[in-house]
Design a protein around this ligand. Structure first.
Ligand code: FMN
Ligand code: SF4
Length: 718
């Protein structure tokens, strides 16, 4: 059967296994591109079939080059891509892919490729555009090319997204970090522009994040990551005909920010706005989640390891003493969050993926922010967590408190007794990972996502067990932790100080948090609104356990300050609690207002959110109160951006320097050597000194990242 092939008539012969357009008249570029007709070449391909199944895919690799290095790089890249896809010239007859074409931007007619994609005369091949673009701060073909893209987008006679029929695109930028060390100073600025304009012209078909590198430094490494990611995307295209979720035109665009229509920007994601935007559009996403659960459940029923407990455990948490596990009649035991329940619908609408019947996972805003190089959460500054490699999850969506500032009460189930079906840890572990990766992949087409961080994000390294609900409520929490640690994923577990028996039975975690939401009984009752009658006694007992465990677990008090509830005159009371529990660290954070009707009904408004200065004043007062009691604590670090300050025990000050970072490799090594109940403590995996920029007085914003305001405009770090 006759098969078309997109080719371009050439001045020079092709080299290697790919057809290549080389430039020999770059001077012409200054006066606009030279017109060379694109055409469709008919070529034999025996095994091809008609219809979308048999449609060929033509990868076009566009490049520009002043000093010739990019030309070579583009050709080598193209050969490697052809080898990975099995479509070099000799093999292309057997492949769905045609051999990639390498095209010099200085030689082609832009109208042939950038007003509409090249068309074939008979059977069409769909195009996939790749760009390898160096940047120059002097006039070059890049300027002409960018001008063409801009004009095309704004030409009222042409559709604003005339390239929407391409399968996808991706850009790799080359630059020189010696002369242009940072992006703000112009590193790869033209690649960023091409990426932005192509998003507009293609109707946001960014198939893989923008990659950037300096060939003299990290260029090869960055490019091989980018290439590996592209091969995955192209394979997916070949198999499914789509780019996957998150990329408009091919799947679910829920996590994609609007590329916008504003003049020359469009990349204006506001983290808060994007959260609500995403939430708004999530109705279709929740359907996806529902289907997932179905798959996970089916899979779980297939194998032993994933099987649910035939007779679920009923565990009474209301009274202290050893948890009494007894078999209940399976017919009587319900799922905590059944798929048909309003709770399920409400949680999935908010972006949670429900795994099994009582666990949840959600990609947090800091993970998204870090993927775009716009800052990580305070745990990066304090403990060295990479936010883009962090998974936020919980094995129990249910909780025994109804805290006034909880983001989710009203939607998440509450109870003092585990009276639901218990899912096995493996089912939860596999399900949360699958859903986390799925959500990360959905970020692929989001403007500003960095190829390097995207590639790193495909390896979870940290798990924040803090989403919503109470993780130690889950009867198999230790087994679940074992699965995390087995894959060298660190655990940051936050509990609500209401389950002393479970706390006492907890094995090693990387960092163990207890929420300390008030300094006295009445205040705790008002803020946490606990379901347990003996909440204060439970709270006190948890503090005793933390004290006993302080040389075994890396313990942290987490204080959430709510103006009008728990700040005023409470520094002395908190100091008493610190004296009782002697935690390794005290994290103090201003409450984040979430504006739910429940928080409003609890009397919470924006007026309850403290200013950063008020948090600072409180911390200074707390430190003073601790010193007055002879307790050796100091203010170690801050993250002004998230209104969070860290007090640390002098145990973590070595030679006058705070060491709040964690040596994760050492933690896993100790765990492997000594076991989950092993005899080792926080000092044994204490990391290097806290970076200067994160210490008290320096703001805590990672200097590698770029802070942006609500409209995405760069701002100076505090
Ligand atoms: C005149 C000139 C201007 C440059 N301007 C920039 C720049 O603004 N930003 C940047 O990241 N790199 C800049 N570079 C570095 C080039 O983008 C980089 O060296 C690239 O790999 C060159 O590719 P080529 O050899 O294909 O032209 C510049 C290089 C030259 C020679
Ligand atoms: S620690 Fe929490 S806030 Fe930070 S990246 Fe992980 S989930 Fe997000």
């Amino acid at each position: 059967m006759e098969k078309p092939e997109v080719v371009v008539t050439k001045d020079e012969g092709s080299e290697g296994s790919e057809s290549t357009e080389t430039g020999n008249n770059r001077r012409a570029a200054k006066h606009g591109p030279r017109r060379i007709r694109g055409d469709i070449n008919k070529k034999k391909r025996e095994s091809a079939e008609a219809g979308s199944e048999g449609r060929r895919i033509q990868v076009l690799v566009f490049y520009s080059s002043l000093t010739a290095s990019t030309e070579k790089i583009a050709r080598t890249f193209s050969q490697e891509l052809a080898a990975s896809l099995g479509c070099s010239t000799e093999k292309e007859a057997e492949s769905r892919f045609l051999a990639p074409r390498v095209l010099d931007l200085a030689e082609i007619d832009f109208d042939e490729y950038f007003i509409t994609p090249p068309k074939s005369e008979s059977e069409p091949a769909d195009c996939f555009y790749l760009f390898i673009i160096p940047s120059y701060n002097i006039d070059s073909i890049n300027d002409t090319f960018l001008e063409h893209l801009r004009e095309t987008h704004h030409d009222f006679r042409i559709d604003t997204s005339p390239l929407a029929t391409i399968l996808g695109y991706s850009v790799f930028g080359l630059g020189d970090r010696e002369g242009w060390p940072t992006e703000e100073e112009g590193f790869c600025f033209q690649a960023k522009d091409v990426d932005k304009w192509m998003a507009k012209l293609s109707g946001r078909k960014r198939a893989y994040p923008l990659g950037m590198g300096d060939w003299k430094r990290d260029g090869k490494e960055r490019m091989s990551e980018w290439t590996a990611g592209l091969v995955d995307v192209l394979r997916q295209l070949e198999q499914t005909g789509t780019l996957g979720e998150g990329v408009p035109g091919s799947g679910d665009p829920l996590e994609s920010d609007d590329e916008g229509e504003a003049e020359d920007d469009g990349e204006v994601p506001d983290e808060e706005v994007s959260v609500s935007k995403a939430a708004k559009g999530r109705s279709s996403g929740s359907l996806e989640d529902v289907e997932d659960i179905g798959r996970i459940m089916e899979a779980s029923q297939g194998g032993d390891s994933g099987k649910r407990s035939a007779a679920p455990l009923a565990i009474d948490f209301t009274t202290e003493g050893k948890p009494a596990a007894k078999k209940a009649a399976s017919a009587a035991v319900k799922e905590m969050v059944p798929r048909s329940s309003p709770t399920y619908a409400a949680l999935t609408k908010q972006g949670y993926s429900i795994v099994g019947s009582h666990s949840g996972v959600k990609i947090c805003r800091w993970t998204k922010s870090a993927l775009r190089g716009r800052g990580s959460c305070y745990k990066f500054s304090f403990y060295g967590i990479n936010s883009h490699q962090c998974m936020e999850t919980t094995p129990s969506l249910s909780c025994s408190n109804k805290c006034v500032f909880c983001w989710r009460h009203g939607t998440n189930p509450v109870g003092t007794t585990w009276r639901w079906v218990v899912d096995p840890p493996k089912l939860i572990f596999d399900g949360v990972k699958e859903n986390h990766y799925k959500k990360i992949k959905m970020m692929r087409g989001v403007p500003g996502v960095r190829a390097e961080r995207f590639a790193e994000a495909m390896r979870i390294r940290h798990c924040a067990l803090s989403l919503v609900g109470e993780p130690i409520f889950y009867p198999h929490i230790n087994e679940f932790l074992g699965l995390l640690h087995g894959e060298r994923i660190s655990s940051f577990l936050v509990c609500n100080a209401q389950h002393p028996d479970q706390l006492a039975a907890l094995q090693h975690v990387t960092q163990l948090y207890v929420s300390i939401d008030a300094s006295n009984r009445e205040s705790l009752r008002r803020i946490d609104r606990p379901l347990h009658r003996d909440f204060w006694e439970r709270f006190q007992r948890c503090l005793d356990i933390l004290r006993e465990r302080r040389f075994r677990q890396r313990t942290v008090f987490r204080l959430t300050l709510v103006k009008g509830f728990n700040i005023e005159d409470e520094a002395e009371g908190y100091a008493d609690l610190v004296e009782k529990g002697l935690p390794c660290f005290v994290e103090v954070k201003g409450v984040t207002y979430c504006g739910t009707s429940t928080s409003s009904s609890a009397g919470l408004t924006m007026a309850n959110v403290p200013f950063y200065q008020e948090v600072c004043d409180f911390v200074v007062a707390l430190e003073k109160a601790l010193r007055k009691r002879g307790l050796q604590y100091g203010i170690a670090a801050e993250h002004a951006h998230s209104c969070c300050i860290l007090l640390a025990s002098e145990r973590f000050r070595v030679d006058g320097k705070w060491h709040t970072l964690i040596d994760y490799d050492k933690f896993f090594q100790l765990l492997e050597e000594k076991g989950p109940d092993g005899d080792f403590g926080p000092e044994d995996y204490m990391g290097p000194p806290t970076p200067e920029w994160a210490t008290w007085g320096n703001g805590g914003f990672d200097p590698r990242d770029q802070r942006v305001d609500k409209k995405g405009r760069p701002i100076e770090a505090a």
